[in-house]
Design a protein around this ligand. Structure first.
Ligand code: PMP
Length: 435
């Protein structure tokens, strides 16, 4: 094998791992469609879309072509004082696709950075109104928004590394997480949304926090409808709709972190659409490039943008070196075109049906706490945490790539997956439970 795994083990950090006692990593030779081929010859059906990103599968001819063609024009130029077609085309597409009113685009280089940008936008917005005290954030427990400092400060305080970085991160306000209930019958959803009631139990606490602290709060930040890395919890869109109303009522902005949910994953282009709301600021990332490379964006309204620019600084204070990278924008343009060409809605609906068909029976196992499916997301929540090393090796033996965490064994397969792929992924989970 040509890859030096010993060097990898000794010198290279992988996500959230030890360098003195790392778990095994599996060397990948190539990936194509929904399959990942290991250096050791195994071919694995991908159940993760490389963390929500590779929605069209790997090694896609159209995405490859976009990259090659763009590299022959220019791979990168600075975005300060220069602009280019890939960035303009992409921003147009994002404005067209996003909920109405989000029409100003900041191209960031990763999801976490787009969250930092969103939080800075909210703070600069209130500074322009001479409300310097409005610089805290209100969020809910079980959230996840990224690993940089501001993003970390609004992640779940228990799961989210707060104890480690307690003295360095800013202290924000946390309400209990929304009740993890998504209506089973989606046709009833509209009716239930009409009846959205601010007096519901799970809103009382967040309302009280707003009442007490709104003079210090810049924005509410939340993952719409699906709390991802903080527990793969799906909550009722009514809650999101109520947050929109509360944000208006208490004069704070609403930031929607659509980094995981955006671009069709939940069955809507953006999860905010489940509640029919427009946030003041929205972060997108991950699937934006079809999983090819890192790119994210923070969108906002004209009102927020104008106010920021009327303020003391006169500009928005952020500008990364690789902002608007043409290669990333070109592949994102191709990926967004593919979503439409491939009829993503039908693809996601099919995946959702197959996830239901093959995962729901798993709920019968004694070790299983809950099985839930929304769009192209399927979650098997177990009663006990899984032994990572063993389960990972087991799944590889079964010919699938599934990467559980804690008690959660979950699937977010590429949208191009076929029934046989979902069956194989679910079959491997079932085999583990029978094992
Ligand atoms: N927000 C959410 C909801 C996410 O799921 C993630 C990534 N898991 C991030 C932010 C951070 O994005 P990135 O890893 O690209 O920095």
């Amino acid at each position: 094998m040509s890859i030096d795994l010993e060097f990898d083990r000794k010198h290279i950090w992988h996500p959230y791992t030890s360098l003195t006692n790392p778990l095994p990593t599996y060397p990948v030779k190539s990936a194509c469609g929904v399959e990942i081929t290991l250096e050791t010859g195994e071919v694995l059906v991908d159940g993760m879309s490389s963390w929500w990103a590779a929605v069209h599968g790997y090694n896609h001819p159209k995405l490859n072509q976009a990259l090659v063609e763009q590299s022959q024009q220019m791979s990168h130029v600075m975005f300060g004082g220069l602009t280019h077609k890939p960035a303009v085309d992409l921003s147009k597409k994002l404005v067209d696709l996003a909920p109405n009113g989000l029409e100003k685009v900041f191209l960031a280089d990763s999801g976490s950075v787009s969250v930092e940008v969103a939080m800075k936008m909210a703070i600069q917005y209130w500074q322009s109104e001479h409300k310097q005290d409005k610089c805290r954030f209100l969020t809910v427990k079980n959230g996840y928004h990224g690993d940089t400092f501001a993003a970390m400060s609004v992640c779940d305080p228990v799961n989210g590394m707060h104890t480690l970085f307690n003295k360095t991160i800013n202290q924000h306000l946390f309400a209990n997480a929304p009740t993890p209930i998504f209506p089973k019958d989606k046709n009833e959803l509209d009716e239930q949304l009409e009846k959205a009631d601010l007096a519901q139990d799970h809103l009382i606490e967040i309302t009280q926090l707003l009442k007490a602290h709104h003079n210090d709060i810049a924005a509410i930040i939340i993952e719409p409808v699906v709390q991802g890395a903080g527990g793969m919890r799906f909550y009722h869109p009514q809650y999101l709709k109520a947050l929109r109303q509360l944000a208006n009522q208490y004069n704070v902005l609403l930031i929607a972190d659509e980094i995981a949910t955006g671009f069709g994953r939940t069955g809507k282009m953006f999860a905010c659409e489940w509640a029919d709301i427009t946030p003041d600021i929205m972060c997108v990332g991950k699937a934006i490039t079809g999983g090819y490379m890192t790119l994210a964006a923070t969108l906002t309204t004209s009102k927020v943008a104008e106010q920021i620019c009327n303020g003391q600084a006169g500009v928005f204070m952020h500008g990364p070196t690789f902002m608007g990278n043409p290669l990333a924008c070109a592949v994102a343009n191709a990926s967004l075109e593919l979503l439409i060409e491939n009829n993503w809605k039908e693809q996601v609906a099919n995946v959702e049906n197959w996830l239901n068909k093959y995962l729901q029976p798993i709920a019968e196992f004694a070790q299983v706490e809950d099985v839930r499916v929304l769009g192209a997301i399927g979650v098997v929540e177990l009663k006990e945490p899984v032994p990572m090393e063993q389960i990972q090796a087991f799944f590889v033996e079964q010919g699938v790539w599934i990467r559980p965490f804690g008690k959660l064994v979950y699937l977010m397969p590429p949208f191009i997956s076929e029934e046989k792929h979902i069956k194989k992924l679910a079959g491997a989970i079932e085999a583990w439970l029978k094992n």
